[in-house]
Design a protein around this ligand. Structure first.
Ligand SMILES: [Zn+2]
Length: 418
Protein backbone atom coordinates (compact mmCIF):
# COMPACT_ATOMS: atom_id res chain seq x y z
CA UNK A 1 0.00 0.00 0.00
CA UNK A 2 1.23 3.46 -0.82
CA UNK A 3 1.31 5.28 2.47
CA UNK A 4 1.79 9.00 2.17
CA UNK A 5 4.90 10.19 3.97
CA UNK A 6 4.03 13.00 6.27
CA UNK A 7 6.03 16.18 6.51
CA UNK A 8 6.87 15.25 10.10
CA UNK A 9 8.29 11.85 9.14
CA UNK A 10 10.39 13.45 6.44
CA UNK A 11 11.55 16.20 8.78
CA UNK A 12 12.59 13.66 11.42
CA UNK A 13 14.43 11.44 8.98
CA UNK A 14 16.15 14.39 7.34
CA UNK A 15 17.27 15.71 10.70
CA UNK A 16 18.52 12.36 11.98
CA UNK A 17 20.40 11.62 8.77
CA UNK A 18 22.00 15.05 8.72
CA UNK A 19 23.24 14.50 12.25
CA UNK A 20 24.46 10.98 11.51
CA UNK A 21 26.19 11.93 8.27
CA UNK A 22 28.33 14.43 10.18
CA UNK A 23 29.57 11.95 12.75
CA UNK A 24 33.05 10.62 12.35
CA UNK A 25 34.83 7.79 14.06
CA UNK A 26 38.40 7.91 15.28
CA UNK A 27 39.26 5.12 12.88
CA UNK A 28 37.42 2.55 10.77
CA UNK A 29 35.07 1.57 13.54
CA UNK A 30 31.54 2.70 12.79
CA UNK A 31 29.04 0.00 11.87
CA UNK A 32 26.26 0.53 9.33
CA UNK A 33 23.78 -2.31 9.01
CA UNK A 34 20.86 -2.41 6.55
CA UNK A 35 18.48 -5.34 6.86
CA UNK A 36 15.78 -5.71 4.22
CA UNK A 37 12.38 -7.15 5.15
CA UNK A 38 12.29 -10.91 4.76
CA UNK A 39 15.87 -11.36 5.91
CA UNK A 40 16.24 -13.73 8.84
CA UNK A 41 17.49 -12.02 11.98
CA UNK A 42 19.42 -15.18 12.82
CA UNK A 43 21.35 -14.90 9.54
CA UNK A 44 22.32 -11.36 10.38
CA UNK A 45 23.33 -12.44 13.89
CA UNK A 46 25.62 -15.05 12.36
CA UNK A 47 27.26 -12.48 10.13
CA UNK A 48 27.83 -10.21 13.10
CA UNK A 49 29.37 -13.07 15.04
CA UNK A 50 31.80 -13.68 12.16
CA UNK A 51 32.59 -9.99 11.91
CA UNK A 52 33.32 -9.96 15.63
CA UNK A 53 35.80 -12.79 15.10
CA UNK A 54 37.42 -11.05 12.12
CA UNK A 55 37.77 -7.89 14.17
CA UNK A 56 40.05 -9.69 16.62
CA UNK A 57 42.78 -9.39 13.95
CA UNK A 58 42.75 -5.60 14.14
CA UNK A 59 46.14 -4.45 15.39
CA UNK A 60 45.22 -1.24 17.17
CA UNK A 61 43.85 -2.13 20.60
CA UNK A 62 41.50 0.84 20.71
CA UNK A 63 40.08 0.28 17.24
CA UNK A 64 39.64 -3.43 17.92
CA UNK A 65 37.80 -2.75 21.14
CA UNK A 66 35.63 -0.08 19.56
CA UNK A 67 34.66 -2.26 16.59
CA UNK A 68 33.87 -5.23 18.81
CA UNK A 69 31.88 -3.06 21.22
CA UNK A 70 29.89 -1.65 18.31
CA UNK A 71 29.12 -5.15 17.03
CA UNK A 72 27.99 -6.31 20.47
CA UNK A 73 25.75 -3.26 20.89
CA UNK A 74 24.30 -3.86 17.43
CA UNK A 75 23.57 -7.48 18.32
CA UNK A 76 21.82 -6.37 21.51
CA UNK A 77 19.54 -4.08 19.55
CA UNK A 78 18.89 -6.70 16.93
CA UNK A 79 17.83 -9.23 19.56
CA UNK A 80 14.81 -7.04 20.29
CA UNK A 81 13.40 -7.97 16.88
CA UNK A 82 12.02 -11.40 16.10
CA UNK A 83 12.02 -10.46 12.42
CA UNK A 84 12.68 -7.23 10.52
CA UNK A 85 9.77 -4.75 10.39
CA UNK A 86 7.89 -4.62 7.08
CA UNK A 87 10.14 -1.88 5.69
CA UNK A 88 13.29 -3.48 7.06
CA UNK A 89 15.65 -2.10 9.64
CA UNK A 90 18.76 0.05 9.73
CA UNK A 91 21.21 0.24 12.62
CA UNK A 92 24.10 2.63 12.96
CA UNK A 93 26.43 1.99 15.85
CA UNK A 94 29.91 3.05 16.79
CA UNK A 95 32.30 4.89 19.07
CA UNK A 96 31.95 8.62 18.52
CA UNK A 97 34.44 11.06 20.05
CA UNK A 98 32.42 13.35 22.31
CA UNK A 99 35.07 15.87 23.11
CA UNK A 100 38.40 15.17 21.44
CA UNK A 101 40.54 12.04 21.35
CA UNK A 102 39.90 9.43 24.04
CA UNK A 103 36.37 10.64 24.75
CA UNK A 104 34.64 8.12 22.49
CA UNK A 105 31.29 6.79 23.54
CA UNK A 106 29.29 4.13 21.73
CA UNK A 107 26.20 5.62 20.09
CA UNK A 108 23.46 3.47 18.63
CA UNK A 109 20.71 4.54 16.23
CA UNK A 110 17.91 2.28 15.09
CA UNK A 111 15.96 3.53 12.11
CA UNK A 112 12.82 2.02 10.67
CA UNK A 113 12.79 3.17 7.03
CA UNK A 114 9.79 5.02 5.59
CA UNK A 115 9.80 2.69 2.61
CA UNK A 116 10.96 -0.88 2.16
CA UNK A 117 14.69 -1.18 1.65
CA UNK A 118 15.95 -3.81 -0.74
CA UNK A 119 19.63 -3.94 0.08
CA UNK A 120 21.56 -5.81 2.71
CA UNK A 121 24.62 -3.89 3.86
CA UNK A 122 27.15 -4.48 6.59
CA UNK A 123 29.90 -1.88 6.58
CA UNK A 124 32.50 -0.84 9.03
CA UNK A 125 33.96 2.52 8.15
CA UNK A 126 35.07 5.83 9.65
CA UNK A 127 31.58 7.21 8.92
CA UNK A 128 28.00 6.00 8.92
CA UNK A 129 26.67 5.03 5.52
CA UNK A 130 23.46 7.02 5.44
CA UNK A 131 23.31 7.46 1.66
CA UNK A 132 20.85 4.62 1.05
CA UNK A 133 18.39 6.25 3.42
CA UNK A 134 19.10 9.71 1.98
CA UNK A 135 17.71 8.32 -1.27
CA UNK A 136 14.33 8.05 0.39
CA UNK A 137 14.17 11.76 1.02
CA UNK A 138 13.97 12.34 -2.68
CA UNK A 139 10.52 12.81 -4.06
CA UNK A 140 8.91 9.56 -5.14
CA UNK A 141 5.75 10.96 -6.67
CA UNK A 142 5.06 10.81 -10.37
CA UNK A 143 5.07 13.90 -12.54
CA UNK A 144 4.01 14.24 -16.14
CA UNK A 145 6.06 16.29 -18.55
CA UNK A 146 4.60 17.65 -21.77
CA UNK A 147 6.70 19.62 -24.23
CA UNK A 148 4.98 21.38 -27.08
CA UNK A 149 6.00 23.62 -29.89
CA UNK A 150 4.62 24.01 -33.41
CA UNK A 151 6.69 21.11 -34.73
CA UNK A 152 6.81 18.37 -32.10
CA UNK A 153 5.16 17.26 -28.87
CA UNK A 154 6.94 15.04 -26.35
CA UNK A 155 5.23 13.20 -23.48
CA UNK A 156 7.27 11.89 -20.56
CA UNK A 157 6.88 10.84 -16.97
CA UNK A 158 9.22 11.27 -14.06
CA UNK A 159 8.89 8.92 -11.10
CA UNK A 160 11.47 9.58 -8.40
CA UNK A 161 14.56 9.68 -10.53
CA UNK A 162 13.23 7.38 -13.23
CA UNK A 163 12.47 9.15 -16.45
CA UNK A 164 10.45 7.62 -19.24
CA UNK A 165 9.70 9.16 -22.63
CA UNK A 166 6.24 7.87 -23.45
CA UNK A 167 5.51 9.33 -26.83
CA UNK A 168 6.67 11.81 -29.38
CA UNK A 169 4.70 13.13 -32.30
CA UNK A 170 5.23 15.45 -35.20
CA UNK A 171 2.74 18.22 -35.67
CA UNK A 172 2.45 18.17 -39.43
CA UNK A 173 1.93 21.91 -39.17
CA UNK A 174 3.71 23.71 -41.99
CA UNK A 175 6.36 26.29 -41.18
CA UNK A 176 5.62 29.96 -40.83
CA UNK A 177 7.05 30.90 -44.21
CA UNK A 178 4.81 30.00 -47.09
CA UNK A 179 5.86 28.60 -50.41
CA UNK A 180 5.63 30.99 -53.36
CA UNK A 181 2.34 31.47 -55.20
CA UNK A 182 0.00 31.11 -52.20
CA UNK A 183 -2.04 33.95 -50.80
CA UNK A 184 -0.56 35.01 -47.47
CA UNK A 185 -3.90 35.15 -45.67
CA UNK A 186 -5.06 31.84 -47.01
CA UNK A 187 -1.77 30.27 -45.98
CA UNK A 188 -2.00 31.64 -42.48
CA UNK A 189 -5.59 30.47 -42.05
CA UNK A 190 -4.63 27.03 -43.21
CA UNK A 191 -1.67 26.91 -40.88
CA UNK A 192 -3.80 28.05 -37.99
CA UNK A 193 -6.32 25.29 -38.67
CA UNK A 194 -3.59 22.68 -38.77
CA UNK A 195 -2.16 24.04 -35.53
CA UNK A 196 -5.51 23.77 -33.77
CA UNK A 197 -6.00 20.23 -35.03
CA UNK A 198 -2.56 19.41 -33.72
CA UNK A 199 -3.34 20.97 -30.32
CA UNK A 200 -6.53 18.93 -30.12
CA UNK A 201 -4.56 15.79 -30.93
CA UNK A 202 -1.94 16.61 -28.29
CA UNK A 203 -4.68 17.38 -25.76
CA UNK A 204 -6.33 14.03 -26.45
CA UNK A 205 -3.09 12.09 -26.12
CA UNK A 206 -2.10 14.02 -23.00
CA UNK A 207 -5.46 13.23 -21.35
CA UNK A 208 -5.11 9.59 -22.27
CA UNK A 209 -1.51 9.25 -21.12
CA UNK A 210 -1.39 11.39 -17.99
CA UNK A 211 -4.84 10.79 -16.53
CA UNK A 212 -4.18 7.06 -16.54
CA UNK A 213 -1.16 7.54 -14.26
CA UNK A 214 -2.15 6.66 -10.74
CA UNK A 215 -1.41 9.39 -8.18
CA UNK A 216 -0.12 11.84 -10.74
CA UNK A 217 1.20 14.64 -8.57
CA UNK A 218 1.41 17.26 -11.27
CA UNK A 219 2.03 18.12 -14.88
CA UNK A 220 4.87 20.31 -16.07
CA UNK A 221 4.39 22.03 -19.38
CA UNK A 222 7.39 23.17 -21.39
CA UNK A 223 8.89 23.98 -24.74
CA UNK A 224 10.62 26.79 -26.56
CA UNK A 225 8.74 29.94 -27.47
CA UNK A 226 5.12 30.95 -26.83
CA UNK A 227 3.37 27.87 -28.34
CA UNK A 228 3.08 26.15 -24.95
CA UNK A 229 1.12 29.15 -23.62
CA UNK A 230 -1.23 29.09 -26.63
CA UNK A 231 -1.75 25.41 -25.93
CA UNK A 232 -2.35 26.05 -22.23
CA UNK A 233 -4.80 28.89 -22.87
CA UNK A 234 -6.89 26.82 -25.25
CA UNK A 235 -9.28 24.18 -23.96
CA UNK A 236 -7.29 21.24 -25.15
CA UNK A 237 -6.72 19.52 -21.84
CA UNK A 238 -9.31 17.83 -19.66
CA UNK A 239 -9.97 20.14 -16.71
CA UNK A 240 -8.70 17.47 -14.28
CA UNK A 241 -5.38 17.48 -16.04
CA UNK A 242 -5.34 21.23 -16.47
CA UNK A 243 -5.73 21.58 -12.70
CA UNK A 244 -2.59 19.53 -12.29
CA UNK A 245 -0.33 21.88 -14.22
CA UNK A 246 2.19 23.01 -11.65
CA UNK A 247 4.57 24.94 -13.79
CA UNK A 248 5.19 26.15 -17.33
CA UNK A 249 8.84 26.22 -18.20
CA UNK A 250 10.93 27.54 -21.05
CA UNK A 251 13.20 24.94 -22.56
CA UNK A 252 15.62 25.25 -25.42
CA UNK A 253 14.50 21.94 -26.92
CA UNK A 254 11.21 20.15 -27.44
CA UNK A 255 12.60 16.60 -27.64
CA UNK A 256 14.28 14.30 -25.12
CA UNK A 257 16.90 16.98 -24.53
CA UNK A 258 14.13 19.33 -23.44
CA UNK A 259 12.71 16.71 -21.09
CA UNK A 260 16.13 16.45 -19.47
CA UNK A 261 16.22 20.21 -19.04
CA UNK A 262 13.00 19.95 -17.06
CA UNK A 263 14.26 17.05 -14.97
CA UNK A 264 17.26 19.20 -14.09
CA UNK A 265 14.90 21.80 -12.72
CA UNK A 266 12.55 19.27 -11.12
CA UNK A 267 13.84 19.43 -7.53
CA UNK A 268 13.19 23.17 -7.53
CA UNK A 269 9.75 22.71 -9.04
CA UNK A 270 8.85 20.07 -6.47
CA UNK A 271 10.15 22.17 -3.64
CA UNK A 272 7.92 24.93 -4.95
CA UNK A 273 4.93 22.59 -4.68
CA UNK A 274 5.75 21.87 -1.07
CA UNK A 275 6.01 25.62 -0.44
CA UNK A 276 2.58 26.11 -1.98
CA UNK A 277 1.18 23.43 0.33
CA UNK A 278 2.84 25.09 3.30
CA UNK A 279 1.49 28.49 2.33
CA UNK A 280 -2.01 27.06 2.04
CA UNK A 281 -1.88 25.53 5.50
CA UNK A 282 -0.69 28.75 7.12
CA UNK A 283 -3.25 30.76 5.15
CA UNK A 284 -6.03 28.52 6.44
CA UNK A 285 -4.83 29.22 9.93
CA UNK A 286 -4.71 32.98 9.26
CA UNK A 287 -8.21 32.81 7.79
CA UNK A 288 -9.55 31.28 10.99
CA UNK A 289 -7.83 33.95 13.03
CA UNK A 290 -9.06 36.74 10.76
CA UNK A 291 -12.63 35.50 10.95
CA UNK A 292 -12.47 34.94 14.67
CA UNK A 293 -13.94 31.46 14.37
CA UNK A 294 -12.48 30.34 17.69
CA UNK A 295 -11.11 27.27 15.95
CA UNK A 296 -7.45 28.16 16.28
CA UNK A 297 -4.92 28.65 18.98
CA UNK A 298 -1.20 29.37 19.04
CA UNK A 299 1.81 29.65 21.28
CA UNK A 300 3.41 26.85 23.24
CA UNK A 301 1.23 26.79 26.33
CA UNK A 302 -2.17 27.15 24.68
CA UNK A 303 -1.40 24.63 21.97
CA UNK A 304 -0.10 22.16 24.56
CA UNK A 305 -3.35 22.47 26.50
CA UNK A 306 -5.42 22.02 23.36
CA UNK A 307 -3.40 18.95 22.37
CA UNK A 308 -3.90 17.37 25.77
CA UNK A 309 -7.66 17.83 25.37
CA UNK A 310 -7.52 16.13 21.98
CA UNK A 311 -8.86 19.29 20.37
CA UNK A 312 -6.21 19.80 17.70
CA UNK A 313 -7.01 18.74 14.15
CA UNK A 314 -3.86 20.12 12.52
CA UNK A 315 -0.71 21.21 14.29
CA UNK A 316 1.59 23.66 12.55
CA UNK A 317 5.21 23.58 13.65
CA UNK A 318 7.96 25.80 12.32
CA UNK A 319 11.04 23.87 11.19
CA UNK A 320 13.06 26.77 12.54
CA UNK A 321 11.90 26.07 16.08
CA UNK A 322 15.21 25.59 17.87
CA UNK A 323 13.98 25.04 21.40
CA UNK A 324 14.23 22.20 23.86
CA UNK A 325 11.84 20.84 26.45
CA UNK A 326 13.94 20.15 29.51
CA UNK A 327 12.93 18.13 32.54
CA UNK A 328 14.62 19.21 35.75
CA UNK A 329 14.54 16.76 38.60
CA UNK A 330 15.56 16.75 42.23
CA UNK A 331 17.47 13.59 43.05
CA UNK A 332 16.46 13.67 46.68
CA UNK A 333 12.69 14.26 46.72
CA UNK A 334 11.81 13.52 43.08
CA UNK A 335 10.52 17.05 42.56
CA UNK A 336 10.04 17.60 38.81
CA UNK A 337 9.62 20.66 36.65
CA UNK A 338 9.66 21.21 32.92
CA UNK A 339 11.02 24.19 31.08
CA UNK A 340 11.26 25.27 27.49
CA UNK A 341 14.41 27.03 26.41
CA UNK A 342 16.55 27.79 23.40
CA UNK A 343 18.83 24.90 22.48
CA UNK A 344 22.00 26.86 23.16
CA UNK A 345 20.82 27.67 26.70
CA UNK A 346 20.66 24.06 27.89
CA UNK A 347 24.30 23.96 28.99
CA UNK A 348 24.04 27.17 30.98
CA UNK A 349 20.88 25.88 32.66
CA UNK A 350 22.77 22.76 33.63
CA UNK A 351 25.55 24.84 35.17
CA UNK A 352 23.04 27.17 36.82
CA UNK A 353 21.36 24.26 38.60
CA UNK A 354 24.53 23.23 40.38
CA UNK A 355 24.27 24.03 44.05
CA UNK A 356 20.82 25.56 43.64
CA UNK A 357 18.35 24.43 46.32
CA UNK A 358 15.35 22.34 45.29
CA UNK A 359 12.14 24.40 45.63
CA UNK A 360 10.54 21.55 47.55
CA UNK A 361 13.13 19.95 49.83
CA UNK A 362 15.85 22.63 49.64
CA UNK A 363 18.55 20.05 48.91
CA UNK A 364 21.07 21.24 46.30
CA UNK A 365 20.33 18.21 44.13
CA UNK A 366 18.68 19.53 40.98
CA UNK A 367 19.79 18.23 37.61
CA UNK A 368 18.56 17.81 34.06
CA UNK A 369 16.84 14.45 33.76
CA UNK A 370 15.76 14.73 30.13
CA UNK A 371 16.16 17.02 27.14
CA UNK A 372 13.97 16.74 24.09
CA UNK A 373 13.43 18.97 21.08
CA UNK A 374 10.14 20.79 21.56
CA UNK A 375 9.10 19.63 18.08
CA UNK A 376 9.42 16.01 19.22
CA UNK A 377 7.61 16.77 22.45
CA UNK A 378 4.67 18.14 20.47
CA UNK A 379 4.88 15.38 17.89
CA UNK A 380 4.41 12.81 20.66
CA UNK A 381 1.43 14.65 22.07
CA UNK A 382 -0.01 14.75 18.54
CA UNK A 383 0.35 11.03 18.06
CA UNK A 384 -1.74 10.38 21.14
CA UNK A 385 -4.64 12.42 19.76
CA UNK A 386 -4.35 11.51 16.06
CA UNK A 387 -3.46 15.07 15.19
CA UNK A 388 -2.04 15.83 11.78
CA UNK A 389 1.33 17.55 11.99
CA UNK A 390 2.50 19.96 9.29
CA UNK A 391 6.12 20.99 9.40
CA UNK A 392 6.44 24.48 7.95
CA UNK A 393 9.74 25.75 6.59
CA UNK A 394 11.04 29.30 6.95
CA UNK A 395 11.24 29.64 3.20
CA UNK A 396 7.91 31.35 2.60
CA UNK A 397 6.50 34.62 3.89
CA UNK A 398 3.79 32.62 5.64
CA UNK A 399 6.40 30.37 7.23
CA UNK A 400 8.26 33.40 8.53
CA UNK A 401 5.03 34.79 9.92
CA UNK A 402 4.27 31.55 11.74
CA UNK A 403 7.71 31.63 13.29
CA UNK A 404 7.87 35.30 14.19
CA UNK A 405 4.29 36.25 15.03
CA UNK A 406 2.99 33.00 16.50
CA UNK A 407 6.05 31.55 18.19
CA UNK A 408 6.38 28.83 15.54
CA UNK A 409 3.53 26.82 17.05
CA UNK A 410 -0.08 27.03 15.95
CA UNK A 411 -3.09 24.75 15.86
CA UNK A 412 -6.36 24.42 14.00
CA UNK A 413 -8.97 22.93 16.28
CA UNK A 414 -11.61 20.25 15.95
CA UNK A 415 -13.88 22.10 18.36
CA UNK A 416 -13.94 25.35 20.28
CA UNK A 417 -12.27 25.57 23.64
CA UNK A 418 -13.36 27.81 26.50
ZN1 LIG B 1 13.97 18.07 46.29
Amino acid sequence: MDKKRTSLELFRLKKTLNTLAKKEGRGTELVSLYIPPGRQISDVMNTLRQEYGTASNIKSTTTRKNVQDAIVKTQQRLKLFRKPPENGLVIFCGAIPQNGVGSERIETYVIIPLEPISIYVYRCDSRFHTEHLQEMLREKETYGILLVDASIATYAKLQGRRLEIIRQENSGVPGKTRAGGQSARRYERLRDMRLQEYFRRVGGHANEIFLSIENLKGLILGGPGPTKYDFDNGDYLNYMLKNKIIDIIDTAYVNEQGVKEIVGKAPKIMQKIRYIEEKEVVQQFLYEIGHDTGLVTYGEEDVRKALKKGAVRTLLLSEGLDVQRVTVKCNVCNYIEQRTLKSQMVTSLEQGLMGKPCPKCKAPSLSIADTKALIENFAELSEQSKTEVEMISDETEEGQMLKKSFGGIAAMLRFKLD
